[in-house]
Design a protein around this ligand. Structure first.
Ligand code: IMP
Ligand code: MG
Length: 176
């Protein structure tokens, strides 16, 4: 399948994704019963994953959405990422970050550092995908749906230059 200028092929089927998310949902409900966790979803990529996951959560919980805005700083140091949209009070809350994919792990490390400053009661991550790169450096999360190789993937919220988020399955780039 051609998306922009690259070919992609099916990698993880919709049914596999949905089965795994149902499992994770159950696990989270068991782990967080009576803890009223707050899910913090990182936009844009995680929007579909979060929408499906949250519908498997039948314990008391809340959900909110944040984003990293990249902007050119005044300094010559270049691009600065700022966490925007955090409107909930997360002090003493049980936080679960919802992410689509951890690649190098830099974004997640920054997110964890940013949120730790607010002294949450606990801080865990649920990610749909984790690439080998970050596994190799020892990054581990409480909940990971699928561990994958380092190739580029799209679909199910993940994009290639904003294209492909709408696909029901996850696709992997085909090397010509
Ligand atoms: P990291 O900081 O290297 O872990 O990269 C994190 C961000 O890069 C993710 O939140 C995605 O937005 C993007 N990204 C990394 N790998 C892929 C991919 O294979 N497909 C689509 N987006 C990706
Ligand atoms: Mg992302």
């Amino acid at each position: 399948m051609l998306v922009k200028d690259r070919n992609f092929k099916i990698f993880i089927h919709e049914s596999q994704i949905q089965n795994r998310i149902a499992q994770l949902g159950k696990q989270i409900c068991a782990d967080y019963a009576d803890k009223n966790p707050l899910f913090i979803v990182i936009l844009n990529g995680a929007f579909i994953f979060a929408a499906d996951l949250i519908r498997h959560i039948d314990i008391d919980s809340e959900i909110t959405f944040v984003k990293y805005s990249s902007y050119e700083g005044m300094e010559s140091t270049g691009v600065v990422d700022e966490l925007i949209g955090l409107d909930a009070d997360i002090r003493e809350r049980h936080i679960i970050i919802v992410e689509d994919i951890v690649d190098s792990g830099m974004t997640m490390r920054e997110m964890l550092d940013d949120l730790k400053k607010y002294s949450p009661a606990s801080l865990e991550v649920v990610t749909l995908l984790q690439k080998e790169k970050s596994i190799a450096i020892g990054q581990k999360f409480r909940y990971t749906a699928f561990q994958i190789s380092n190739e580029f993937v799209i679909g199910y919220g993940l994009d290639y230059d904003q294209k492909g988020r709408n696909l029901k399955d996850i696709y992997i780039v085909e090397n010509e």
